[in-house]
Unconditional design. Structure first.
Lengths: 317, 289
């Protein structure tokens, strides 16, 4: 342990020539990283490879498991399936609203916590709770909250109107027209705290002096927000737009528990459709092919976000 | 000073709104545990438990309960599953946390502090595995686990959870390690080997970041539902979320459902205070720059 020769560092200031028992950077980094990378590659490459194989097969279950190579037929069939296009539209709507709500609510919560001096830890503890609650728990909670029978709308409206238990009317927040919006709101409930805390950390790095200058210039509250507060937040906003985009697009737990794709298939996002195809209808091949379209959508939209927004921010820096 | 002393009405309103937004869904479900089973299914649902009632909390743990009116409530039939699920969830989550930490500390340290060939490509692999939807690896894993006999085992679940926690938490920690002071050369002057530097100097320095990583890994594993429901549901290795889902899909009992959700929410609430203080130190924004 103590046999490191000192002259190497003192003389050159750069990492010395590897002495005996001393590893090079490359070796040391590899020693630390390699086992994990092998594990990750195995746990990524195997399922992805298998899914790729599945997507080119027709899987049969009659008379035991059988598979037949059918080339790209599954990929073509996905494109001809009306369900896929319907789910794609639902996914885009769900993800767009999820990201929008998460970012706006996250920004709002961050600005609020930034303003609060006393009791911020207490408020922060409450605000981060939805993120630490499980997605299935959140699904149960939101379902219970929005259904007509057990929901908050029925309880509050009937009470406000002073109706007795007998002539109370059911008000459900779940409808096939707006279930996707409601799911997005619930998803944002879960994601916004994470966004909020990172924006908050960023907010506290903005020099107070800038706000003093803004006051001298007699900026309105809105101008102060758009000209002083927002610009330094841009990169954080970009990163979290990407994160919420990815997390929303791959979300299944919450949708599965809260609406199970329903009513009908009004909230069957691509993730739910994949799940349904594979585990309810045992159509493994088609489901696997569809999962690659979803993966392409996730990677594609993240890259697009980077090229149209993130890269511009990086070049400005 | 600059700001007014007394908080403005607007600010108070905003705080109230934030608290209601945050707590309403949690409150609305969890209050049901303290409502008598007959009122819990009543319509419309009561706004709060007017007569606090503790049958559900007793029944879920397998105890009978006699309320002040002399009504008897038998232990829930699913109580053994819930208790077993709680045990399994704890074991799996703790194992996942420990293994995740052992794996990711060296890994993110290597990424944060060393330049080596293939670094960018490896980092991209890690980020990519964060982006892969679990639902598309579910079938391959399911088939693999059937072949290996890992369905219905805690070991299988631990392995699956690691594939989720490792990439995400590594990404969190890389940025954190990069922000630590560059102490490596000083440590070498003091005679530490590279490995000794990591164990005796970096790890103690990075205590709070590692703690956040541990908490996040625990929460991810504690909350995991999709894989658990396919791989271990209905077996002796079933975790709490899958055991709870029995109340949801098979036999609607709001009181018991609510009581079992209490069990799953409590650990999350316990770490919330810690998380809100330290989570933003993790530098998710630009871990690699």
């Amino acid at each position: 342990m103590c046999c490191v020769p000192l002259r190497g560092i003192i003389r050159t200031g750069t990492p010395m020539k590897p002495a005996r028992r001393e590893l090079s950077n490359q070796q040391f980094a590899m020693m630390l990283a390699l086992p994990v990378i092998l594990f990750l590659v195995a746990t990524m490459a195997y399922p992805m490879g298998y899914a790729m194989w599945l997507s080119t097969q027709e899987i049969g279950f009659f008379g035991g498991f059988s598979s037949k190579y059918i080339g790209f037929t599954n990929y073509v069939n996905v494109l001809y399936s009306a369900e896929f296009w319907r789910s794609l539209v639902i996914t885009i709507r769900f993800v767009f609203l999820s990201v929008l709500f998460s970012m706006l609510i996250g920004l709002g919560l961050a600005l609020l916590m930034h303003r609060i001096k006393r009791g911020r830890a207490f408020l922060g503890t409450l605000i981060i709770l939805p993120w630490s609650v499980s997605l299935y728990g959140a699904g149960v909670m939101w379902q219970y909250l929005s259904r007509g029978q057990s929901g908050v709308a029925s309880a509050v409206i009937n009470r406000l109107l002073g109706r007795s238990a007998e002539d109370s009317v059911e008000y459900s927040l779940i409808s096939s027209a707006h279930i996707v919006d409601l799911l997005a709101l619930g998803n944002a409930w879960n994601l916004a705290p994470l966004v909020a805390f990172f924006i908050l950390a960023n907010l506290s790095t903005i020099p107070v002096r800038l706000y003093d200058l803004a006051r001298i210039d007699k900026l309105s509250a809105w101008q102060r927000f758009t000209c002083v507060t927002l610009p330094p937040l841009q990169y954080t906003l970009f990163v979290f737009t990407s994160i919420t985009l990815i997390l929303s697009m791959k979300l299944l737990d919450f949708i599965y528990v809260m609406s199970a794709g329903g009513p009908g298939d009004a909230s069957a996002t691509l993730t739910y459709r994949l799940f349904d195809l594979a585990f309810r209808r045992s159509n493994y091949g088609l489901s696997a092919a569809m999962s690659f379209y979803l993966l392409a959508l996730i990677v594609g939209s993240t890259l697009a976000l980077y090229f149209f927004w993130g890269r511009r921010l990086e070049s400005e820096e | 000073m600059t700001a007014t002393r007394r908080p403005s009405i607007l600010l108070i309103l905003a705080v109230a709104l934030a608290v209601i937004w945050t707590l309403l869904p949690i409150y609305w479900m969890l209050k049901t545990a303290f409502i008598s089973p007959s009122d819990a299914v009543g319509f419309p649902a009561p706004l709060w438990p007017t007569n606090p009632h503790f049958a559900a909390i007793h029944n879920i743990f397998g105890f009978g309960y006699t309320d002040p009116d002399g009504r008897e409530f038998l232990p829930a039939g699913q109580a053994p599953q819930i208790i077993n699920g709680l045990k399994n969830s704890l074991i799996v989550a703790l194992l996942v946390t420990v293994i995740t930490l052992l794996i990711i500390i060296p890994l993110s340290y290597a990424f944060a502090r060393f330049e080596f060939r293939g670094k960018t490509a490896l980092l991209m692999t890690i980020l990519f595995s964060v982006a892969v939807p679990p639902v598309s690896t579910l079938i391959p894993f399911y088939i693999l686990f059937v072949q290996l006999g890992l369905t219905g085992t805690k070991l299988g679940l631990v392995l699956i959870n690691l594939t989720i926690t490792v990439p995400f938490v590594t990404w969190m920690l890389i940025g954190y390690f990069r922000n630590l002071p560059a102490v490596e050369k000083l440590a070498r002057l003091d005679g530490f080997t590279r490995f000794g530097t990591l164990v005796y100097i970096i790890v103690p320095l990075a205590k709070s970041g590692i703690a956040v990583a541990a908490v996040v890994a625990f929460l991810f594993s504690w909350n995991e539902f999709v894989f658990a429901t396919q791989l271990v549901n209905g077996t002796s290795a079933a975790t709490l979320p899958t055991a709870v889902s029995g109340f949801l899909f098979l036999q609607p009992q709001p009181g018991l459902l609510s009581a079992s959700l209490w069990i799953s929410v409590i650990p999350a609430a316990l770490v919330a205070f810690f998380l809100q203080r330290h989570i933003a130190e993790m530098n998710l924004v630009d871990p690699v720059k």
